[in-house]
Every structure is written in structure tokens, then in C-alpha cells.
Design a protein around this ligand. Structure first.
Ligand code: B12
Ligand code: SF4
Length: 452
């Protein structure tokens, strides 16, 4: 039998001022891996340079793994990009040391193509380094880049990433055709030609078995969001809201459990939308099956949708960390950016969650910091409100995202250029480039946060 041809799927490094493993998994790439294994004859090789498992003990590194599955990354300081030279913070590459990445690539057969993803636009230096390394080891293999950076900054990605091909939007219906073009038809299994995935439920479960340590996983019960908050790109990435069938979601959760998952993070944009026909059904099934899993909602939930019934179900189903999104306590700001919540909604949601058995200080509340229309006083006031309600404020720094209304406004105001380097989208760039919150304001905000 002829040797199998290989494809390499790669999740590159993060280059950033800060990063932590907040249940991060490259979900898009794992979906594509499952499709490739089912519909092609390729041997699928997978490397996640952010997976800390092979690093335990590496040069004394010990990931600080919390009981809930969150962890710290291995990091090495790297020179700060020129554009950030005046920012007094260190810049690092998070994930595998270069030497380990190189050794791991060398152990693989030369692939027919390399498929890369990149979640945040401003993490593109990780893609560039990965492409350089791939070229160094395998020569001129075709490199295909997809994911959120490719989708939101396609011109930049085509020009600067080093990839041969940049794919925008969902990859599931593009992938097999592309591989057919690059590698020929012979690698497609019978029936794979022209196959279309009309939605998430028509796809196979993400290929978590490619990980050695499967204790942490993430999933989607829906794609997209029908709202259009001025700072969010959800609509641009997924123009239609697409809920999955609750039964399929429950099957996926049980499958993840069988694979060894203990901590599961929901990646939905709008997890609580139509909750009576969706999440509550999923939760009721989980409660009756009682698999003993811990669930997490790192993508904040809308407090407005939390009522007594939902709060009890979340508790009984094993939602051990709850993140709610308030963003800002100022009613005018909320009105102008997206009418999805008010401080009164937060108060009510916290009361329901407390009644269901949560301690208030177990509930995290996201507050946005650095939005161009925000002031330091608003943030400090928001911190005060969340504390007054007994919950734990969690600062989420603002990243301006191309394709959003706020981005358009920043461009119109001359604060960014439409073709600015995506590094400027970094969530810690705002005090130095735009907005009403200065570096000194940010320090004061962080002090107020710590003091609480
Ligand atoms: C889940 C999520 C998170 C998770 C972690 C996700 C991760 N793995 O890193 C959490 C909650 C931790 C998180 C945190 C943050 N996030 Co976030 N997050 C998301 C969210 C909701 C979904 C991403 C996702 O996994 N989708 C599901 C998978 C299946 O989709 P996908 O990756 O796009 O893959 C598909 C296609 O892209 C394509 N594809 C993907 N890879 C490839 C490869 C190839 C070769 C091909 C052909 C195709 C392809 O096919 C896939 C299947 O269709 C997006 C919004 C959104 N709707 O996309 C925001 C989003 C990515 N986050 C965003 C932001 C701002 C943040 C934060 C900075 C917020 C903050 N201030 O703290 C932090 C930063 C995190 C950090 N570590 O520093 C922004 C991005 C901003 C930017 N400049 O890029 C987004 C777009 C939301 C927004 N504001 O508009 N986030
Ligand atoms: S911020 Fe949340 S509610 Fe607003 S559009 Fe994005 S996903 Fe939807």
C-alpha cells in the first residue's frame, strides 16, 4: 500500500503583551480536522503550539493549571514591534519554544499542504513565524490560512502573513474543493466531491481526540448573534444566527465526556438567545444525565436573559464559572453601543443566581475598558456598581475590530487608518492611540480594580 499523504493543521503562537489560557482551543481548526479525516485519505497531523501538555517540565516550566481548567502559557519575551516602542510593557511569544516547535515539525512527514488558523487579528505575527518555520523545514509546501484574522483582515493577511492562500469566512464548504485544486481528486474519498455542510449540525464533532490531554474542551451550541453592538464583529463573521439542535449538542457533550473532557467552555456569542427552546432544553438533559462536568461561559452571558428557571438549571447542570456582560454602567453609553442590558438587569440576574445557590462573588461581570466613547469616570463608576452588587468585576480591554461601527467611527475621526496594521487592534493599545482613557487613567482604573 502506498504511504499515506499528510496534511498539517497548525494553531500558531500568540504574540501579545498578555495572554492566558482561558479555555482556549482552536475550535474552527478542530471542526476542519474532523471533516478532513472523514472525507479525505490524508493522514491529518495536528500541532497546537498553545497546548501546554508537551511543555510540562520543559526547562523548569510548570503551567499554573487551575482546578477549573484555566492555565498559564509558557512565554518568551520578544522584541516589541516598532509601532509599540513607546508602550512601557513587555511583549512576548506565548506557546511552545521555537526549538520544540521546530523539533516537532521535523518529526512529521512533509505535508501536501499546511492549514493555519489565527483567532485574533493582532496575533498575526504568530502566523508569520509559523509560516517561516514551516518553509524552513518543508520548503515550498502550500500554506492555507483561515480563521478570524483572515476573515477580518483579508488584504493584510494576503500581503503579510506569508500564506499562499487566504480563506475568509467559514471554512467547511471551501476546504475540500481547495484541497482538490491543490492536491488533485485522488485524495478525496468517494462521495466527498461537492459535499456541502449546511450548518454546524451537519458537521462532525470537532476532533478533540487529536489532543493528548482532553480534559478541557469548548463547544458551540449556536453560531452568530442577531444583535449589532457597535464594538462587535459577530455579525460580520456570521451574518445569520444559527442555533444547533439541542439533541446534537447534548450528544456532543457526552462524546466530549467520553473522550476525557471535564471542563467545557461554551464559545457561543448569544448562548441565552431563545433559551426556552434552546439552552434550557440542553441543561435539562444534562441535569438528568448528570455526567459530572464543569461548564464555563467565558464569552459573557446577557444578564437580561437570566431568570429564576435558568439560574437553577445552570447551577444544577454544573456551570461553575459564570461570566455576565454588563460592559458599562452608563445608560447613555449602553443605549448608543447596543441595547442589550442595563444595570437593573444585572441586579436582577445576580439575585436569581444567588437564590439558585451561587455566591455573588463567584459571578464575574465583564466591564469594557478603553472604548472610544468611554471615560475613566464611567469605568470607575461601573466597578463601583458591580462591587456594590457583590459580584466580581472583570476588566475586558477594548479591541477595535474592522467591520464594526466603532471601527468605522475611529477611521472617520482619523484615529486609525482603514488599512492600519492589525497590531493596533491589540486590546492594550487604546490608551496610547485613541480614546479618552490615557495611560494614567488606565493605571488609576487598574488600581481601583485591585483595591476592591
Ligand atoms: C470564543 C471567543 C473567545 C474565547 C477564546 C477563543 C480562542 N480560541 O481564542 C474567549 C472568550 C476566551 C475570548 C477572549 C477574547 N476575545 Co474572543 N471571541 C470568541 C468568538 C465568540 C468565537 C471564536 C470561535 O472560536 N468561533 C468558533 C469557530 C468554529 O469559528 P472560527 O474559529 O471562526 O472558524 C471557522 C472559520 O473562521 C474558518 N476557519 C478557521 N480556521 C481556519 C483555517 C483554514 C485553513 C480555513 C480554510 C478556514 C478556517 O472555518 C471555521 C469553521 O467555519 C469570537 C466572535 C465570533 N463570532 O467569531 C470572539 C472574538 C474573536 N474575540 C474577540 C476579542 C476582542 C476577544 C478579547 C480580546 C476580549 C477581551 N477584551 O478580553 C479576548 C482575548 C483573548 C485572549 N486570550 O487574549 C474579537 C476579535 C478581535 C480581533 N481584533 O481580532 C471577536 C471577533 C469578538 C468581537 N469583539 O467582535 N474570545
Ligand atoms: S456583543 Fe454580544 S450581544 Fe452584542 S452583537 Fe456581539 S455577540 Fe451580540
Amino acid at each position: 500500500m502506498p504511504a499515506k499523504k499528510h496534511l498539517l493543521l497548525l494553531n500558531p503562537w500568540i504574540y501579545d503583551f498578555t495572554a492566558c489560557d482561558f479555555w482556549l482551543r482552536p475550535l474552527g481548526l478542530l471542526y476542519l480536522a474532523a471533516i478532513l479525516r472523514e472525507y479525505t485519505a490524508f493522514q491529518v497531523d495536528f500541532l497546537d503550539f498553545l497546548d501546554s501538555t508537551p511543555l510540562q517540565g520543559y526547562q523548569g516550566f510548570k503551567s499554573r493549571l487551575r482546578p477549573d481548567g484555566r492555565a498559564s502559557f509558557y512565554k518568551e519575551e520578544v522584541p516589541k514591534p516598532e509601532i509599540f516602542r513607546h508602550i512601557p510593557r513587555k511583549f512576548s511569544r506565548y506557546g511552545w519554544p521555537l526549538a520544540l516547535a521546530e523539533e516537532s515539525l521535523k518529526r512529521l512527514s512533509t505535508p501536501e499542504a499546511v492549514l493555519l488558523t489565527c483567532t485574533l487579528t493582532y496575533w498575526y505575527p504568530g502566523v508569520q513565524t509559523a509560516v517561516e518555520l514551516v518553509r524552513k523545514i518543508f520548503g515550498r509546501v502550500p500554506v492555507i490560512l483561515g480563521g478570524i484574522y483572515a476573515s477580518l483582515c483579508p488584504e493584510h493577511a494576503a500581503r503579510e502573513s506569508g500564506a499562499d492562500l487566504v480563506v475568509t469566512g467559514p471554512g467547511e464548504n471551501r476546504l475540500l474543493g481547495l484541497l482538490e485544486e491543490i492536491c488533485g481528486r485522488s485524495q478525496l474519498k468517494p462521495g466527498a466531491e461537492g459535499v456541502i455542510f449546511p450548518g454546524l449540525d451537519s458537521m462532525l464533532s470537532p476532533a478533540y481526540d487529536l489532543y493528548q490531554d482532553r480534559s478541557v474542551a469548548c463547544l458551540l451550541t449556536s453560531r452568530g448573534c442577531p444583535f449589532s453592538c457597535s464594538y462587535c464583529a459577530s455579525r460580520r463573521l456570521w451574518p445569520q444566527f444559527e442555533p444547533r439542535s439541542p439533541e446534537k449538542v447534548v450528544s456532543e457533550i457526552l462524546h466530549l465526556h467520553e473522550l476525557g473532557a471535564r471542563q467545557i467552555a461554551f464559545y457561543d456569542d448569544a448562548l441565552l438567545l431563545n433559551k426556552n427552546q434552546h439552552l434550557e432544553i440542553i441543561l435539562d438533559r444534562i441535569i438528568s444525565l448528570n455526567p459530572g462536568l464543569n461548564f464555563h461561559t467565558p464569552n459573557g452571558l446577557s444578564p437580561r436573559a437570566v431568570d429564576a428557571g435558568l439560574a437553577v438549571r445552570l447551577r444544577q447542570a454544573g456551570f461553575t464559572s459564570i461570566f455576565l456582560s454588563l460592559e458599562n454602567a452608563d445608560p447613555t453609553w449602553l443605549q448608543e453601543t447596543g441595547p442589550k442590558v442595563s444595570p437593573a438587569d444585572l441586579e436582577t440576574a445576580l439575585a436569581f443566581l444567588e437564590e439558585a445557590g451561587y455566591r455573588r462573588d463567584e459571578i464575574s461581570v465583564y466591564l469594557l475598558v478603553g472604548h472610544p466613547a468611554q471615560t475613566r469616570e464611567q469605568v470607575v463608576e461601573s466597578l463601583r456598581l458591580v462591587r456594590h452588587l457583590g459580584a466580581r468585576p472583570r476588566l475586558a480591554y477594548y479591541s477595535p475590530v474592522p467591520g464594526t461601527l466603532d471601527w468605522q467611527r475611529l477611521v472617520e475621526a482619523g484615529q486609525v487608518r482603514a488599512d492600519s496594521d492589525p497590531l493596533l487592534h491589540n486590546k492594550l493599545a487604546f490608551p496610547y492611540f485613541w480614546g479618552r482613557i490615557s495611560p494614567a487613567d488606565l493605571e488609576a482604573i487598574n488600581r481601583a480594580h485591585r483595591a476592591g
